[in-house]
Design a protein around this ligand. Sequence first.
Ligand SMILES: *Cc1c(COP(=O)(O)O)cnc(C)c1O
Length: 425
Amino acid sequence: MSYNIDTKCVQSGWNPKNTDPRVLPIIQSTTFKFDSSEDMAKCFDLEESNYFYTRLQNPTNDAVANKIAALEGGVAAMLTSSGQAATFYSIVNICNAGDHVVSSSAVYGGSYNLLAHTMKDLGIEVTFVEPDCSEAELKAAFTPKTKCVFGETLANPALKVLDIEMFAKAAHQHRVPLIVDNTFPTPINCRPIEWGADIVIHSTTKYMDGHATSVGGAVVDSGNFDWQANTDKFPELTTPNTTYHGTIFTETYGKAAYIGKMVTTLMRDLGSIPSPHNSFLLNIGLETLHLRMERHCTNARKVADHLKNNPKVTWIKYPDLTDDDDHQLAKKYLPNGSSGVIIFGVQGGRTGATKFMDSLKLAAVVTHVADCRTCVLHPASTTHRQMNDAELEAAGVKPDLIRFSVGIENVDDIIADIDQALAQV
Ligand SMILES: *Cc1c(COP(=O)(O)O)cnc(C)c1O
């Protein structure tokens, strides 16, 4: 039976059998017992897919990965210990030294550093394009070595909306997949696979967990990209892998070849698995994701409308506002609301921003974002401080930008807190 997304949040992933625990159990065990060495050997040959070591697979982690795959409409998913690990894995699963990535410039600061610096050091080159570039500019960024296109549905913190269809079209014309970081909208507000994305990644640390308890990430495979038709570009998926006696991932895993390869090679060699206990907490968060996102969005809309009318607010960006630069894209890709995050500037620039933030009482100054509790951050002096002014500009981060993450408290209390803090500016 196919359920609506709200039902999937509550029920997908864990399907208890007769007398099984009703709630997803925490299988806090690194290892699994076999009756014979031969039984275990079959797992190492990928002949059988039993559990044997938690770095590769664990029942608690898998149940939560399956829920996220169901929410995004993918065929398979893998959890990672952080969103950063998810981003890294999603790219190196199909890119080697000498390869090239086309990326939107409006991405999370950590993703920018990873792409512009760490990947470069590994020999993977990146060309950044503006998220609102023309189709011609986008096409001009590709090289014969391009292996994927990367972007964020709703950029953190720039709140630029990615034209997923346009980016997917360009990627597919160049016979490569589109990877989309869907952390901010979550599958409740946007499912990039429905617009042509091939791989979707998440920092589950944010709204998915929602309670700021567990750092985590996820990679979801749509199963739609035809690796076999592009075997010249992706031989690692379509030709024999020597570390598994010549397994061909597209044959062994079919539509889930990309995730199959990621689990059996990257997770085996690099680690970064979440602890089953963290996945258990993530699952509890996911059970209310649909309720929380709705409240985050209605609260944020009211806060944005209120901020717009305060003369101390010099500018504001929230894609749901009708005069926002990204409103048309938001209407198309995020019709139920973008997220709970708003960015704005206040009088006095950097100093004004600090004064405002230090005067807040309900909203806490934290690095985190997309929490059920209202929180606030000044990216230029914290998360993005490694970037120079030009890089900040390209990522859409103004020096006076305040990132305000509206929680699910009573919105009147949030607005009263903002008002008293603005009065101090
Ligand atoms: C936070 C974040 C990440 C990184 O995730 P971590 O869980 O902090 O490693 C990646 N992408 C986006 C959009 C984020 O907000």
